[in-house]
Design a protein around this ligand. Sequence first.
Ligand code: GLU
Ligand code: ZN
Length: 455
Amino acid sequence: MTVITRFAPSPTGSLHLGGARTALFNWLYAKNQGGKFLLRIEDTDLLRSKNEHKEQICDSLRWLNLHWDSDIVYQSKNVSEHVKIANLLLDKGLAYKCYCSVEDLKKEKEAALKKKIPYKYSGKCRNIKEPLSDKFVLRIKVPDTGLLKLQDRIQGSVTVDYNNLEDFIILRSDNTPTYMLAVVVDDYVMNISDIIRGDDHLTNTFKQIIIYNALEWKVPKFSHIPLIYGSDGSKLSKRHGAQSVLEYRKERFMPEALNNYLLRLGWGHKDKEFFSVDEAIKLFNIEGIGKSPSKFDKIKLESVNTYYFKRLKSEQVLNILSPKHKQNDSKKLLALIDLFKSRAENINDIEDGISYMQSDNIDRYSDDALKIINSADKKIMLDTINELEKISLWQATSIEEVIKSKVKKHNLKMFDIAAPIRASITGKTFSPSIFLVLEKLGKKVSIDRLKKNFD
Ligand code: GLU
Ligand code: ZN
């Protein structure tokens, strides 16, 4: 049987890391099995569903290179099919009309509370033969006794007693399907063979299997992935770092890195840390998904990002530079990239460097840089600047010569002169070789920046 997986986000917010990992696992599994990966937008909650969220989700998936096969399926477009199936269940006597008002149900709940037993709808409308009114919901008949067993590919065998489940609603009184029914019908219509999703859906799964069984539809294979938590063990939230995928794009993480990080967050293959896309597709399997929750660790994500960044050629770095850093021609930019690349951990480091190399002024000095500038010996600095001004062939070697001679003359260490120079021309306390930076910056700009700080 062909494997068909799906990612089924609700467009009620942007795509977060947990969702991105679910999408990734579904995508990889489909690719690994030579199957298909489909995207379904679960937009039946008309109040909370927003087109902009849908766009953001699709953008995020595209950025992560998780492309879906076939057109997007919109759950809202299948409503008539959902309603049809609900009525089919009614006709077959597998669902029934419940006329209970909110008040009636409240009374039932209060009674349960008094008795200190968990509330469950009594099923009192199950045997009503004659219609009581036009206002009703459809509830599915849950078998009275027995055990419902789910063979989950990650969680193993999970069992629930039918007795603990109530006859739940499949069609609301306004004739709209509930999520529980819509998901099952859509997955069936889309021929989904494998459902891979967060384990927060585990309890829904039992209800969904009841619908599958009532309709005598083949139950897909389920894999419920343990959730991702923050490093402190609490639910992943803003506090643990940016949450939405697009925020990571804004922070300039590489999509390859985010994918690799998410892949390793909950899945493993021996001790292997880094996977090319082809390797990931080849090796991915459900058996490799762990049973325990994963912890999000931004530092680790950053280091994975650095790993990928370090492997880029200068031309590739040029390609990912943001437009505002592309003021110069490619040749100049490549020279700047080469200057910063060996020390850069990510694209931001390169862009920071390019910024101070391209702009007329330093717009921001770090506190440490200011400290160094303020504690430098002004006289010695002026003496050095004077000498630098006399250089006719502005090259790293000649600049180095001048600075070294000043170090010697004033009986200092290289740092005493180089550090204030670096701080005043870059605004930072670290940079590539200061002689090279001065050379590339050009004589005029260099001298201007130095004078601005020491004159
Ligand atoms: N729309 C659901 C959600 O966003 C997912 C449904 C499913 O995967 O079955 O959580
Ligand atoms: Zn009822």
